[in-house]
Design a protein around this ligand. Structure first.
Ligand code: NAD
Ligand code: IPM
Ligand code: MN
Length: 355
């Protein structure tokens, strides 16, 4: 029997509350399938760690996590440490260093969840965003001169490489092939006359390799509106780092809550461990109250299992998420009164019921 080694970073805020529920769901699925075991190692990297050690993670953190089969992350960031400091000393360098090129973010209506698109069918609202995850607007280059003076100058430069752009676009075309064979490329080449014109050119250059896929570019602003007004016209999306970030919080909101949407940061070459997390953050406004929704984390855990080749267990987790969506209990973000623990336990029970 396979034993998978999973690096666990609960991180900050509600990350600490939802991750135990995701792990409990994985363990329940391991028990039911009997096909694998997991061995977890906790890493304390967080803003709290920063407060006591002066750094978000140890210098050798990337070496220490390298040989794990996967990483499960809650969220990073908390008041007390500026967000750009916490994120640029943890998650963002990790995505770059491990070359987690693809950030895969499925969004779809879960039957039973009341959301802004409740009159739509799950069939109509079923998106996946293939978000570029290592460069673009998030490459971190830029600087400030003459700080705090009237002559201050600030730059933040987006960097798009041909290699990076082509690999994300190809990944999206391949994924579209497994879905409804349409692809929307999120662009903004009307205003971003260098980066997004280049992006469009790469999409056009790759497209002939996928004659079975119907692809079109849409400006990001219009695409955001389309997701709300005509979600049935949207299926697979390929987007740059920042565009994908924004579109997926929108998608999560359309699902009914930020507490529902998962995310897989994938190294397609499998050289490094891939990282799985809910798309939401540490939610300082509700942290510590035990009311965060753990469904996004359980869904992310399902994607982790899928990535490891444990399709049956992945299916058990996904069906557990769908079960609680329909039957409850519900946390306050979905209008209920249940706690994180109660919802987590309901998912575990749903998984164990498959025994
Ligand atoms: P957020 O996603 O943490 O919260 C936005 C809103 O959604 C809040 O009202 C919150 O209560 C609600 N929410 C989010 N997740 C929820 C859940 N599981 N259940 C119920 N409600 C939920 O976004 P923010 O407020 O912009 O960011 C807070 C902190 O998290 C910042 O430091 C930010 O940088 C960080 N962040 C980290 C990650 C990550 O580590 N992957 C992702 C996003 C934001
Ligand atoms: C996400 C988050 C991160 C991002 C932040 C915390 C840097 O919002 O994973 O969506 O923008 O990538
Ligand atoms: Mn985000």
């Amino acid at each position: 029997m396979e034993t998978y080694r999973i690096a666990v970073i609960e991180g900050d805020g509600i990350g600490r509350e939802v991750i135990p529920e995701g792990l409990a769901a994985i363990r329940a699925a391991a028990e039911v399938t009997g096909s694998f075991a997991i061995e977890t190692t906790d890493f304390p990297w967080s803003c709290e760690y920063y407060a006591t050690h002066g750094r978000m993670m140890d210098d050798d953190a990337l070496d220490r996590m390298r040989d794990f089969d996967a990483i499960l992350l809650g969220a990073i960031g908390f008041p007390g440490v500026p967000d750009h400091v916490s994120l640029w000393n943890m998650l963002l360098p990790l995505r770059q260093a491990y070359d987690l090129a693809v950030n895969l973010r499925p969004m779809r209506l879960l039957p039973g969840i009341p959301g802004p698109l409740k009159d739509r069918t799950p069939d109509e609202v079923d998106f996946v965003c293939v978000r570029e995850n290592t460069e673009g607007e998030y490459c971190g280059t830029g600087g400030r001169i003459h700080p705090d003076s009237p002559d201050e100058v600030v730059t933040q430069t987006a960097v798009f490489t041909r290699k990076g752009t082509e690999r994300i676009v190809r990944y999206a075309f391949e994924l579209a092939r497994t879905r409804d064979r349409t692809l929307i490329s999120a662009t903004k080449s009307n205003a971003l006359n260098h980066s997004m014109v280049f992006w469009d050119e790469v999409v056009a250059a790759v497209a002939p390799d996928y004659p079975d896929i119907s692809v079109r570019g849409m400006h990001i602003d219009a695409l955001a509106a389309l997701m709300v007004l005509h979600p049935e016209r949207v299926d697979t999306i390929v987007a740059s780092n920042l565009f994908g970030d924004i579109l997926t919080d929108l998608g999560a909101a359309l699902m009914g809550s930020l507490g529902l949407a998962p995310s897989a940061n994938i190294d397609p070459t499998r050289t490094y461990p891939s990282l799985f997390e809910p798309i939401h953050g540490s939610a300082p406004d509700i942290a510590g109250r035990g009311i965060a929704n753990p469904m996004a984390t359980a869904w992310a855990a399902s994607m982790l299992l899928e990535h490891l080749g444990e399709a049956e267990a992945a299916g058990l987790l996904m069906r557990a998420v769908e079960h609680v969506a329909l039957e409850g209990p519900r946390t306050p973000d979905l209008g209920g009164t249940a706690s994180t623990r109660e919802l987590g336990q309901a998912m575990v029970d749903a998984i164990l019921a498959a025994r």
